[in-house]
Design a protein around this ligand. Structure first.
Ligand code: GTP
Ligand code: MG
Length: 435
């Protein structure tokens, strides 16, 4: 076992939701309340934030560390923080809500086991997030698509609605409907009413504010996540997030082990470049380990591979069962958004695990009923927003894609165009390329 997962199981938690709904503030406040952040630091942030008229962002600054993020009062890139609960060791991934940075959110979701969806109860804010172009809706779809199988919901800014039970129920039922449509088992989803600003229901439920609420606090709900399966008996797959060249060490790709086991001494092959190297060492959270298992975020030193030969989106595996490079693939998709209609020939961008490549809609084979999967039309000339379909795709650059039924984490994808998510889907078949 790796050291990080030896004591308590490790969970990667991504925090998602519409811009300004309070993700960073809620998690900053949470870290402060569990004493992972010192009071002194918060005081410091408060003074600094006051100077630029952003006092209300003092808790968010725990996670928003870039100068631009602090000046603009929003999250741009992923913010990472570690904390422990009774049951788990968490890596918190704070994602940006702004539409312009959905790409970063997708990267965060691709690394996560579970998600906290933060939804503001404030008048107008909940509604904005749920509008057709809203990120409450978009993030929920993307989280599921990127393989985040467990989700919980904080209904935040309850102070702005006087902790109204009626408003809470209204927001809760709307979000429950959305999550059910996206494919989550709603019976397993915890909803918690919170105020990040007043620090309500974060560690303990505050009966003076929400006497009508009988569920867990945010902290208690985190421990209600289930330990995800660790598919150690499947072929090794590590989608690469970044590659470093460290002086005195050599080439160090970084990524999360999705399936299989990586051991020091293994020969690994990176696809699509098809380069091989020997694993000299493995690290997780700055600790050396002898082997890495699914869920571990690792950096591993490989001998025989140059940094310039690798890039984000490549996938490491063992040469006995190398990652599949797709010539074409067939996907079952759901169209989340499109201003007009999609026909064969359309060439947007494919996001799959950590890869981003242009992709062509080669043929729309069937329109299907999104709930049952039954065909409703063969070879339709086009598909529109709200449609589900079976589509044959051709990636215009080499990319690793696997069947969802075999390797789910590498078989889910999103289709994006001009900064919007057009569709989300799963891979039902792959035509391998000759490599
Ligand atoms: P992005 O990362 O940019 O998507 O935003 P975010 O969801 O992280 O929101 P952030 O934490 O930056 O908070 C946005 C604003 O909402 C800040 O001014 C916060 O002080 C405020 N806010 C957050 N939570 C609460 C809350 O519970 N009550 C009130 N009244 N305001 C809140
Ligand atoms: Mg934020």
């Amino acid at each position: 076992m790796s050291s990080a997962s030896a004591k308590k199981p490790h969970l990667n938690l991504v925090v998602i939701g519409h811009v300004d709904h309070g993700k960073s503030t809620l998690m900053g406040r949470f870290l402060y309340e569990i004493r992972a952040i010192d009071e002194r630091i918060i005081k410091e942030y408060e003074e600094e934030a006051k100077k630029i008229g952003k006092e209300s962002f003092k808790y968010a600054w725990v996670l928003d560390r870039l100068k631009e993020e602090r000046e603009r009062g929003l999250t741009i890139d992923l913010g990472f923080y570690k904390f422990e609960t009774q049951k788990y060791f968490f890596t918190l991934i704070d994602a940006p809500g702004h539409r312009d940075f959905v790409k970063n959110m997708v990267t965060g979701a691709s690394q996560a086991d579970c998600a906290l969806l933060v939804v503001s109860a404030k008048e107008g804010e909940y509604e904005a997030g749920m509008s057709p172009g809203g990120q409450t809706r978009e993030h929920a779809f993307l989280a599921k698509t990127m393989g985040v199988d467990q989700i919980m919901v904080a209904i935040n800014k309850m102070d702005t609605v006087n902790y109204s039970q009626q408003r809470y129920e209204e927001v809760k039922s709307g979000i429950a409907r959305l999550l059910r449509m996206v494919g989550y088992n709603i019976n397993k989803v915890q909803f918690v009413p919170t105020s990040a600003w007043e620090g309500v229901n974060i560690i303990k439920v505050d009966k003076s504010k929400t006497p009508w609420y009988n569920g867990p606090s945010l902290l208690e709900a985190f421990d209600m996540f289930e330990e995800p399966p660790r598919p150690i008996d499947k072929p090794l797959r590590i989608p690469i997030q970044d590659v470093y060249s460290i002086r005195g060490v050599g080439t160090v790709p970084v990524g999360r082990v999705e399936t299989g086991v990586l051991r020091v001494g293994d020969t690994v092959v990176f696809m699509p470049p098809n380069v091989k190297g020997e694993v000299k060492s493995i690290e997780t959270h700055h600790t050396r380990i002898e082997q890495a298992i699914p869920g571990d975020n690792i950096g591993f030193n490989v001998k025989g591979v140059e940094k310039t030969q690798l890039r984000r989106g490549d996938v490491a595996g063992h040469p006995t069962s190398p990652p599949t490079v797709a010539e074409e693939f067939v996907g079952r998709i759901f169209v989340l958004y499109h201003p007009t209609a999609i026909a064969a020939g359309y060439t947007p961008v494919l996001h799959v695990h950590t890869a981003t490549v242009p992709v062509k809609f080669v043929a729309i084979e069937k329109k299907i009923d999104p709930r049952t999967g039954a065909a409703v039309e063969e070879n339709p000339p086009f598909i529109k927003q709200g449609d589900a379909a079976i589509v044959r795709f051709k990636p215009l650059k080499t990319v690793v894609i696997e069947k969802y039924s075999e390797l789910p984490q590498l078989g889910r994808f999103a289709i994006r165009d001009s900064g919007r998510t057009i569709a989300a889907g799963v891979v039902i078949d792959v035509v391998p390329a000759k490599v």
